[in-house]
Ligand binder design. Sequence first.
Ligand code: FES
Length: 124
Amino acid sequence: MAKLRVIFENGDPERVIEFDPAKAPFHHDGLPGSILDILLGHKIHLEHACGGNCACTTCHVIVKQGGKQLSEATEQEEDMLDKAPGLTPTSRLGCQSVVEDPNAEITVVIPRYTINLTSEAAEE
Ligand code: FES
């Protein structure tokens, strides 16, 4: 079983999901087996304004552990991520990062997402 630990920056209690990547898709948004797919399929909310199509940044997550066990980011994902508020070197789009390893142990942080971050950053 793969393990996905989810830490919420807004202080919500941490969650640990155990799942079998071979059983993907778990939901109908995002790439099958993606972090978005796994979260939604386990009733954990993650924004996904574009429906999991790599066309927004609302599914931004920060990978704290196990980044190498995720599918590699495409150029399109990298381009979208550049627009994400609070971008970090281990940021990914939840709908595009697929858990492939059946024994993966991954930890992600869900940033406290506010659209206002963009405008505040622009004002500095
Ligand atoms: S939901 Fe829009 S890019 Fe992931």
